[in-house]
Structure formats: structure tokens, C-alpha cells
Design a protein around this ligand. Structure first.
Ligand code: F6R
Length: 610
């Protein structure tokens, strides 16, 4: 994920910026750069690749100055490259910008600016911001930034410099974090605390819709409308390791808590303003291409495969197309019936999983159209697929996937609804109803995360066991498969996920006194059946945790030993909520067992061997 650092003061900014960027490396990036005021005016150095590449450029051509901004980029608009790296400048090299986030209407703005004579060199949304600010400038950088952002829609944290006012650094926050560090005769900006922690622990945290104007001697805080505000300074007493995790004990917990943002970012710019239809401008496939699809194959590994199982239900419901889901390592070897009318959807967080890539190539060899759902712009899967839907979860650092999985679900919902509106397989009222529910999910997840302590207590109990079972029907079955995988990989507790009705065909023999069973039952139509299955295991001594939504939890509560309620939503969307307590359960069980939560034994984050 992109990182920002900025400095204004009395020391040479170059090393402060580079060292600050090094502290942000843990977030993942593909290029880096800095801009500084020097005696030769505003100068930029930037390079694709690791920070070492930028450092070596700076060794050859160092910069001298006391004001600057720096950035680590994780590609969003445009591939990783020198020219797409930040900072970006306007054509006159008088303005420079670093940006985290996404400008939704950048194409519109870019066309307008091109028509007004602006020339662009990169594929990024950020370059539009530097041109906009330059257009709006009439002698006051603060006012120019305020006017420019009135034209922008989306999420942004910005650091802005202009050569015309070399004693000012402007910072803006809207839906992308930014903090201001306070020193003695020097000030800093940072997208995260680690970027500046070496220099100061006194910070102001900007809220959305706020900005800061920094000089070496003062910091002014104001709303983006220009009304001055006062804010209490916060003293950060975290160590660097905790600061990297934004105060969470582990990356996994941080990433679980980042899910509301990942949902919002994955939906951003993809739903029309009235909330009635899905817009996916990034897809090259036309309405006719969608009409030509006769069947869909979803292919992925591990957690991404589990997202694919939900994707099947979503596409079958929305688009009324037959969908098969395959584990990528099996797909090629079963001679799948792929035709040019098959849409193959590969799902991969990293975009580099060897089996998924091999399946993609096999699908293309057979003439299918391939759509990739991936979290990494410029990854192998993204480059080789015909169409790409990026999940904007940001880099995932914990080995156990959480926010990438749920963002994949959001991508499936958006694509499913897009097919429904293209094919006319669902009416407009149904689509609008699902879209409304979809947009409520981030807030619902936020509310659910407040219940983490309840899950923790239960997790500490199951951490004492060596075996347990998860059961569910329909999409709940697919979700418990993910819950079971999560628990296995980080707590090392053996668990199995079963279709609730299937237990009695053999596995029931393993149920004995005291064995924990986690039953997910969010679907009204299947509730009674699942309750019957719960009774079967309870009669054999199982201790059952039932999870359902607020509408059904009372009925379920009568049949189980413990109960957990999740918020109610559209039946198709429940996986995006119900998986969250299962992620927390795995996390706290792993913690209770003293395991290395973020780096479980025997596992790697990206599996690039078949
Ligand atoms: C489990 C997990 C793995 C990955 C799988 C595919 O938490 O992360 O099961 O989902 O290795 O990886 P990607 O999505 O990168 O293709």
C-alpha cells in the first residue's frame, strides 16, 4: 500500500525522507520517489523497484534542501514503472504531489485538463492532481489545493509542494490516513506513524475533510473549506514494531480491522451515485461478450478458492449461468470442458500463484476468455488475463488471508450484479436492494468488530481442543470451509468443515462428548434443517456455538450452547459478515496457543511453485 512522508525544517530532507520511506517498506510497494526544493528549484528522483534503487540514484545525483515529500507506491492506476512512481508534477515542474488513495473521476478530469492544454506523462490518477492544483493556482497554494479538491471524487491523502512557496508544505486527508508530526523548528507528515517515529512522538491526526499547512515553525490545521480548527496533540508511546501494525498486536488483526475500508475501496467508483447500478469501466468485455457466455469456471487456490465457492452462488443467482469451481492444482488435469463461450474467472490475492497462473494459461490455450480477480496491479495474473477486476484491499502481510478474501467476495458481488443488469436476469428493484445492502456492509463489519472480545472468550475455550467441526448449508457451508482453513493454518487445531446434512453419512462417528461444533446458520430457508443437524451432534455430546443473524439468532439460540449474532443483510451477502467472527476465532485461538500468528509454520504468503 502506498506510503507518504514529508519534511519541512532545518536539516537536509533527503535522508529524512528516505529513512522515513524505509519505515514504510513493510506496507508493500513497487516503486519509490522523493521531491525536494533545491537551489536548482523543485527536483524529483523516483524509480521502480526497491528503495535501494532510489538510494543508488540519489548517491549519483544527491539532493540538497530542507523541504521535501516522499512516497512508496503500490500500483493502482498504471503499472509499476519509473514514470508512474510518485511524486508527480505538473507540466511546468512547479508543483509536486504525493498521493495515497484513488481519484474516482480522474479520467474525466484528465480529459478536461488535456482539452485545456495540459500534457500528461503517466497513467496515474495522481498526476491529474498536480495539474489541477497548477491550474487553480493564483498565488496561494492553500487556496489552490482547496479549489482543486472540490473537483475530485474519491479517497486521498496528499502532500503538496510548490516552488512558488518553498516555505510551505500542504497536507490533506480524505478517507486515507495522514498524520502531522511536531518537532522543534521542523515538522513532518506521514501516512503512518512509523514514517516519523524516529524524529517525534508528538502528532496531530487529521480527520477526513481536514488539511494542514506546515512551515518549519508552525502548523495550521483547518477544514478543506478553510475554517481553522484546534486539535489536541497526541503522544505516541508505541514502539516501532507496534506502530507498523497501527497499534495492533499482529498484522492479521490489523488486516481484519481494515476490512471495512477494503470493502469501501473495492466498491469505490463502481456503483452509480443513485446506488442503482454497477459500473465497471475497467472491463474490456462488452455487453455482447457477456451475452455470449454459456458457462463459467472459477479457478483458484486456498482461501481464494473459498471466495470462488461464494462466487458460484452469486453468479448463479445473479446471472443464471452454470458455474463450476475448481481448485487450480486440479483444474488442468481433469480435462475441463472449456470452450470459447466459457468465462474462466481466476481469483488470486497475489496474482502470482503458480497453479492459478497455469490454469489461466490452460484456459486461454483452449480459447476461453479469462477474467482475473486479483489484489495486485501488474501481477502475472493481471497481465495475462483478458479482463481484470482489482480488489482494493491493499497489501496483505499476514500469511492468513482475511481482507483479501472478503474483498474478493465484494468483487464477485459487483461482477454478479453487473452481469444481472447486462443480461436482464434480475430486475432493477432487486439489483438496487442488493446494492443498498452491499453498501451497508462496511459499517456492519465495523459494528461486528466491536464484539471481538466475545469471540476471544470462546476462542480461548476451543484452543484447549485438538479437533473440532464446522457445519453449515449453502453459502454458510462455503464460509465455514474458510473458517476451518483459517483455524487450521494459524492455530494448528484440526478442524473439518462439513455440509450440515452430510455429517450423518459417516462423520457423525467422530462426534463425542465435549467436541466443539461451530454451526453457521444465516439462511432462513435452511435454518430448520440446520437446527435438526445441530440436534444430531448435540445428542452425541457436542458443545455447539451457533452463529446467525439478528433475525434468526433467537430460534437458533434454543438449540445451541453458545450463540453469536451477526447483523442482518441480504441472504446473498451474509458471507461478507459471517466470516469475520470466524477470522477472529482463528486469530484468538492462535494467540491463546502462543503461535506465531502472522507467520504460521510451514506456510508462505505467495506460493509460486506448482
Ligand atoms: C490462506 C491463504 C492461502 C491463499 C492461497 C492462494 O489464508 O492465504 O490459502 O489463499 O495460497 O493465494 P493467492 O490468492 O495469492 O493466489
Amino acid at each position: 500500500m502506498c506510503g507518504i512522508v514529508g519534511y519541512i525544517g532545518k536539516r537536509n530532507a533527503q535522508s529524512i525522507l528516505v529513512e522515513g520511506l524505509k519505515k514504510l517498506e513493510y506496507r508493500g510497494y513497487d516503486s519509490a520517489g522523493i521531491a525536494m526544493f533545491t537551489t536548482d528549484g523543485l527536483q524529483v528522483r523516483k524509480a521502480k523497484g526497491r528503495l535501494a534503487v532510489l538510494e543508488s540514484n540519489l548517491e549519483t545525483a544527491p539532493l540538497e534542501g530542507t523541504v521535501g515529500i516522499g512516497h512508496t507506491r503500490w500500483a493502482t492506476h498504471g503499472k509499476p514503472s519509473d514514470v508512474n512512481s510518485h511524486p508527480h508534477t505538473d507540466g511546468s515542474m512547479k508543483f509536486s504531489v504525493v498521493h495515497n488513495g484513488i481519484i474516482e473521476n480522474y479520467l474525466e478530469l484528465k480529459e478536461e485538463l488535456i482539452a485545456q492544454g495540459h500534457r500528461f506523462v503517466s497513467e496515474t490518477d495522481t498526476e491529474v492532481i498536480s495539474h489541477l492544483i497548477s491550474r487553480e493556482y493564483d498565488g496561494d497554494i492553500v487556496k489552490a489545493v482547496q479549489r482543486a479538491i472540490r473537483h475530485m471524487r474519491g479517497a486521498y491523502a496528499l502532500g503538496v509542494l510548490t516552488e512558488y512557496e518553498p516555505d510551505r508544505l500542504v497536507a490533506v486527508r480524505n478517507a486515507s490516513p495522514l498524520i502531522i508530526g511536531i518537532g522543534d523548528g521542523e515538522h513532518y507528515i506521514g501516512s503512518d506513524i512509523p514514517a516519523i517515529l524516529e524524529h517525534t512522538r508528538d502528532v496531530f491526526i487529521l480527520n477526513d475533510g481536514e488539511m494542514a499547512v506546515l512551515t518549519k515553525d508552525a502548523v495550521e490545521l483547518m477544514t478543506i473549506e478553510g475554517n481553522f480548527i484546534s486539535r489536541e496533540m497526541i503522544y505516541v508511546d508505541w514502539d516501532v514494531a507496534r506502530a507498523e501494525k497501527a497499534g495492533f498486536d499482529h498484522f492479521m488483526l490489523k488486516e481484519i480491522h481494515e476490512q471495512p475500508k477494503a470493502y469501501r475501496d473495492t466498491m469505490r467508483g463502481r456503483i452509480d451515485e443513485e446506488g442503482r447500478s454497477v459500473i465497471l469501466p475497467e472491463l474490456k468485455m462488452t455487453a455482447n461478450d457477456i451475452r455470449a457466455i454459456r458457462n463459467v469456471h472459477i479457478v483458484a487456490c486456498g482461501t481464494a478458492y473459498h471466495a470462488g465457492l461464494i462466487g458460484k452462488t452469486v453468479l448463479e443467482n445473479c446471472a443464471r449461468l452454470p458455474v463450476e469451481v475448481d481448485v487450480a492444482s486440479e483444474y488442468r488435469y481433469r480435462s475441463p470442458l472449456i470452450t470459447p463461450e466459457t468465462l474462466v474467472i481466476v481469483v488470486s490475492q497475489s496474482g502470482e500463484t503458480a497453479d492459478t497462473l497455469a490454469a489461466l494459461r490452460e484456459a486461454k490455450r483452449c480459447g476461453a476468455r479469462v477474467l482475473a480477480i486479483t489484489n495486485v496491479v501488474g501481477s502475472s495474473v493481471a497481465r495475462e488475463a483478458d479482463d481484470v477486476l482489482i480488489t482494493w484491499a491493499g497489501p496483505e502481510i499476514a500469511v492468513a488471508s482475511t481482507k483479501a478474501y472478503t474483498s474478493q467476495l465484494i468483487a464477485f458481488y459487483l461482477f454478479g450484479l453487473y452481469c444481472a443488469q447486462t443480461l436482464g436476469t434480475q430486475d432493477a428493484a432487486w439489483i438496487a436492494e442488493v446494492l443498498a445492502a452491499l453498501q451497508s456492509l462496511p459499517e456492519q463489519v465495523e459494528n461486528m468488530l466491536e464484539q471481538a472480545e466475545t469471540v476471544r472468550a470462546y476462542a480461548e475455550e476451543i484452543a484447549q481442543h485438538e479437533h473440532l467441526f464446522f457445519i453449515g448449508r449453502g453459502v454458510d457451508y462455503a464460509v465455514v470451509m474458510e473458517g476451518s482453513l483459517k483455524l487450521k493454518e494459524i492455530s494448528y487445531i484440526h478442524s473439518e468443515a462439513y455440509a450440515a446434512g452430510e455429517l450423518k453419512h459417516g462423520t457423525l462417528a467422530l462426534i463425542e462428548d465435549g467436541i466443539p461444533v461451530i454451526a453457521l446458520a444465516t439462511q432462513s430457508a435452511l435454518l430448520e434443517k440446520t437446527v435438526s443437524n445441530i440436534k444430531e451432534v448435540k445428542a452425541r455430546g457436542a458443545v455447539v456455538l451457533g452463529i446467525s443473524d439478528t433475525g434468526h439468532v433467537a430460534a437458533l439460540g434454543k438449540a445451541v450452547d453458545h450463540v453469536l449474532a451477526i447483523p442482518a443483510t441480504h441472504p446473498l451477502l451474509t458471507p461478507a459478515l459471517s466470516v469475520v467472527p470466524l477470522q477472529l476465532l482463528a486469530y484468538y485461538a492462535s494467540l491463546a496457543r502462543g503461535n506465531d500468528v502472522d507467520k504460521p509454520r510451514n506456510l508462505a504468503k505467495s506460493v509460486t511453485v506448482e
